[in-house]
Design a protein around this ligand. Sequence first.
Ligand SMILES: NC(=O)c1ccc[n+]([C@@H]2O[C@H](COP(=O)([O-])OP(=O)(O)OC[C@H]3O[C@@H](n4cnc5c(N)ncnc54)[C@H](OP(=O)(O)O)[C@@H]3O)[C@@H](O)[C@H]2O)c1
Length: 258
Amino acid sequence: MSADYLSSLFSLDGRVAVVTGGSSGIGRAIAGALARAGASVVVVARREAELAATVDELTADGCRAAAVSADLAAREGVRAAADEAAAVFGEPDVLVSSAGINLRPPMDGLDEATWDATMAVNLEAPFLLGQRFGPGMAERGFGRLIHVSSQQAHRAFVQSGAYGVSKGGLESLARSQAEAWSVRGVTANTLVPGFVMTPLNARLSSDPQRVAALADRTLVGRNGLPDDFAGAAVFLASAASAYVTGQSVFVDGGFSVH
Ligand SMILES: NC(=O)c1ccc[n+]([C@@H]2O[C@H](COP(=O)([O-])OP(=O)(O)OC[C@H]3O[C@@H](n4cnc5c(N)ncnc54)[C@H](OP(=O)(O)O)[C@@H]3O)[C@@H](O)[C@H]2O)c1
């Protein structure tokens, strides 16, 4: 009984999900969560070995998973990746945009190349993928657009620079997508991490004093782990979140509320 009830709310059986950045960190944990909840998952990133390791791990667990190697910094790369990803299990019901870069030059040295690269991966790729998949989801009457933003969309923090701007834009993009498509069953929401121990943060993570100070700034008393995003991602991808749209959902141990 409870299994049936939980399944009617949260099961992703029969759904197809595309997860950019699904080969590492937060995206990899989300890809695993969606796959274990029943979705067929295509992970998209550049490095082949990490993609293959992700797919191997999921298929060994009995999940349906595949990979597409693509550079999302180029518009042609995004378009080709979208077509290739949709060719594997069909047009996606769920799109998770987790691929991101944080180059962190101080403002004085923030040049146009860094700005362009940051906007291309963090903001333009989610926009282009939304344009590619959103209308089809709306036509079919179900869709879930899930973006991974950052607390830096909300506050300046360790040289937010172009990165914070791109994430602020990303949360606005989610609201615009929600405005456009929610009435046809397509929700758009953002997951907002605080500080999560992943390769993106290799430099900060290797400084034990900074790591401890950041953990102290949370209410839970520790920094984030990729698996902290599993439950929120399944919720936002599932039937259960049909009336949640245009929202920024903070998964940050309380970092942002004090
Ligand atoms: N970790 C944190 O504390 C934190 C905090 C706030 C927000 N976030 C956000 O969370 C998301 C995931 O970050 P993470 O910490 O999990 O980082 P991560 O472990 O470095 O993963 C980033 C992923 O994005 C992919 N990627 C990067 N550039 C790409 C490109 N040009 N084309 C295709 N794929 C690309 C990477 O694969 P390849 O390198 O192989 O392409 C990798 O799969 C990002 O959007 C990040 O901004 C993280």
